[in-house]
Write a protein that binds this ligand. Structure first.
Ligand code: NAD
Length: 262
């Protein structure tokens, strides 16, 4: 019997990168999964149906935009209606923008706070009543090493990630007696489209070549000098869903090759 049989997981931002790895890891343990995020419609449908055929679970896709509170609430309702519940919520959708603060576009600030921080508030708010009713829940928020330390030129991202660390602790305390845990997973640099896409702007902001950005900025931060893999991040999410992790709540767990130990 897979460990998450009959559980339903909602994973935001799961059409790519870490989110897709979470969705597949949860499905591999028997959870039905709602996937969400942007991208090519045919590619998303292919990922959704592959989850069903690879793991024998149900999967639905929600196109909800994580900057739109009503769409976030509708996404949770879709999971409850079409898959039966929303027992596991992984708030993971995120975007990055790199710029000196005096040139940081105001609309980029608003967008990053909405997608990387406020969306988690809206999704948790919508999912908690069902979790309380069923007496079980797991909330994991993909934070970042940037929820613990800062880097220059990432003011909105670092602010949102520090914010989600605070939100997670608050929710953990509120739900502590309901058998619902809430934790942050804080990766260092994971090789995904989000990291790849920030290289040109970092080259511009710091006056470096692509190779210099990879070795002198990104991997420089990570004592192991290796990128984290999406599977390593997903394995932690899976552990946090287990009974063994029932007393882990309000924690911010690093998967960062030692970055934040320095
Ligand atoms: P990614 O770009 O591969 O995936 C981001 C996902 O979010 C995609 O599915 C995208 O479609 C979705 N998304 C973006 N805007 C959205 C919106 N408005 N509504 C719905 N979905 C939206 O990036 P990733 O690296 O897998 O990032 C996932 C999470 O991990 C983010 O929260 C990111 O901040 C965090 N993170 C990433 C790294 C890293 O090094 N890659 C490190 C620490 C934390």
């Amino acid at each position: 019997m897979p460990s998450l049989a009959n559980k339903v997981a909602v994973v935001t931002g799961s059409t790519s990168g870490i989110g897709l790895a979470y969705a597949r890891a949860l499905a591999a343990e028997g959870a039905h999964v709602l996937i969400n995020g942007f991208g090519d419609a045919a590619a998303i449908e292919a990922e959704r149906s592959k989850i069903e055929s690879d793991f024998g679970v149900k999967s639905v896709y929600s196109p909800a935009d994580m900057s739109k509170p009503a769409e976030i609430a509708a996404m949770v309702a879709t999971a409850e209606r079409e898959l039966g519940s929303a027992d596991i919520l992984i708030n993971n959708a995120g975007v990055q923008f790199v710029s000196p603060i005096e040139e940081f576009p105001v609309e980029k600030w608003d967008q990053i706070i909405a997608i990387n921080l406020s969306s988690a508030f809206h999704a948790i708010r919508a999912a908690v009543p069902g979790m309380k009713k069923r007496g079980w829940g797991r909330i994991s928020n993909t934070a970042s090493a940037h929820s613990l330390v800062a880097s220059p030129f990432k003011s909105a991202y670092v602010s949102a990630k520090h914010g989600i660390a605070g939100l997670t602790k608050t929710v953990a305390l509120e739900l502590a007696t309901h058998k619902i845990t809430a934790n942050c997973i804080s990766p260092g640099y994971v090789w995904t489209p989000l990291v790849e896409k920030q290289i040109p702007d970092t080259m511009k902001a710091r006056g470096l070549t692509k190779e210099q950005v990879i070795h002198d900025v990104l991997l420089e931060a990570q004592p192991t000098k290796e990128f984290v893999t999406v599977e390593q991040v997903a394995a932690l999410a899976l552990f946090l869903c287990s009974d063994a992790a029932a007393q882990i709540t309000g924690a911010n767990i690093s998967v960062d090759g030692g970055w934040t130990a320095e």
